[in-house]
Write a protein of this length. Structure first.
Length: 284
């Protein structure tokens, strides 16, 4: 990507209100993780690389990136795997999330000084006890968390499939609300044009069932639908019957976009799909 292309993307994102910034400042990344639970040795770790961030974000201060491990800080919004931007040697106030080294081992906790002046390192999870800082302990605050970057977000396939299905259902329902009124002569003309010579079996009526119900106000009851289309007197084609619809594969009674999920391989299925697509186009 050229610098000009980068500037164009930044300008486009800026217009959309995303406030993009160029990542031009290297920040050390430590391979070791800091536990959100019991202390462990992390202070002596060496940087595993660098992560580039905008200079305005790190403000030219000493910032490193470490990973959170465990669940003791979940009530503060810090979860296992989150990337923590740690400002070193920063001024600490009550409520700050800090990485503290206790007797040579490091841990992530909330800093708090009570009314007696006692300093506590508090887990943000009721399952963990707070750590009282006493005179016989060697404690050093390594830095405070200034930013928490959540672990790479992802959505489950099931969630996405359900969301897409809801959208498709709304579209179908919206189509039903926009039903057009056709006279018998208009429907006869449309169906003859759509069927052509491909309507060879009475069971092929399933190819138009869903669209006639959704777009043309045909009744969804199998018996009533059969009466509806037979009343059109398309005598050149086999008559429809309730039993044919009842015995048909259930996929044909569902929206056309779902027909492909049935994995049906037959000339009859291909014929019915082609008929349905022509009718869909004719009714648009």
């Amino acid at each position: 990507m050229t610098e000009q292309e980068l500037q164009e993307i930044i300008a486009l994102l800026g217009v959309q209100g995303w406030n993009p910034q160029v990542c031009d400042t290297p920040v050390p990344v430590y391979d070791s993780a800091v536990p959100c639970g019991n202390p462990s040795d992390v202070e002596s770790a060496y940087p595993d690389g660098a992560f580039w961030l905008p200079g305005d974000l790190v403000k030219r201060e000493s910032v490193v990136i470490i990973s959170a491990v465990g669940d003791s800080m979940v009530d503060a919004g810090i979860e296992d795997g989150d990337q923590l931007h740690l400002q070193l040697d920063a001024a600490i106030r009550d409520g700050d999330q800090v990485v503290a080294c206790i007797n040579g081992e490091s841990t992530l906790k909330s800093y708090f000084r009570d009314s007696d002046g006692t300093v506590w390192l508090v887990a943000c999870n009721e399952n963990y006890d707070a750590i009282e800082v006493t005179e016989d302990m060697e404690v050093r605050i390594l830095g405070k968390v200034v930013k928490c970057v959540k672990n790479t977000p992802s959505s489950s396939f099931r969630y996405l499939q359900r969301a897409v299905n809801r959208t498709k259902t709304r579209r179908i329902e919206g189509g039903r609300q926009e039903e057009k009124s056709y006279t018998d002569d208009e429907l006869r003309c449309i169906l003859r044009r759509v069927f052509g010579s491909e309507m060879v079996a009475a069971a092929d009526w399933v190819s138009v069932y869903r669209l006639l119900v959704d777009k043309c106000g045909a009744p969804s009851s199998h018996t009533a639908f059969a009466e509806f289309v037979n009343a059109l007197e398309l005598d050149e084609y086999p008559p429809c019957s309730r039993d044919l619809l009842r015995k048909a594969d259930a996929i044909y009674l569902r929206p056309i976009y779902e027909w492909g999920t049935a994995n049906i391989r037959s000339s009859a299925h291909d014929r019915r799909t082609a008929i349905a697509r022509r009718l869909k186009k004719a009714l648009e």
